[in-house]
Design a binder for this molecule. Sequence first.
Ligand code: AMP
Length: 116
Amino acid sequence: MTEQDCLFCKIVNGDINADIVFENDSLIAFRDINPKAPTHVLLIPREHIATMNDLEDGHDTLAGELFLTAARIAADEGLADDGYRVVMNCNAAAGQSVFHIHLHLLGGRTMGWPPG
Ligand code: AMP
């Protein structure tokens, strides 16, 4: 998978439309096209990073920003008090299907545990 072929890089570049809920210089958050909960937002870095295994020391601020922004969006979506889940799938066994890291923010329903 090259960056040219990467679906989420195409969203970053504006080549594919997305329902964007937040963006800044380093990340974009948009609604999942096939939501698994009433609120399902994906947070992605603008930088192409294929999997969580590819995070490096220089990504510490970016990784923190993904979580901080997820918490802020959860609050904006009215999920903070009831609760919500954030998930990052890494590679095939976890179910990763798009190889550009993304944090799932899911809320608006009661979640089961452990996840499938
Ligand atoms: P994962 O299985 O963790 O890699 O998650 C990939 C997610 O991307 C899935 O929940 C898909 O529904 C979502 N997805 C795929 N294509 C799009 C798209 N064009 N816009 C928004 N979400 C998408």
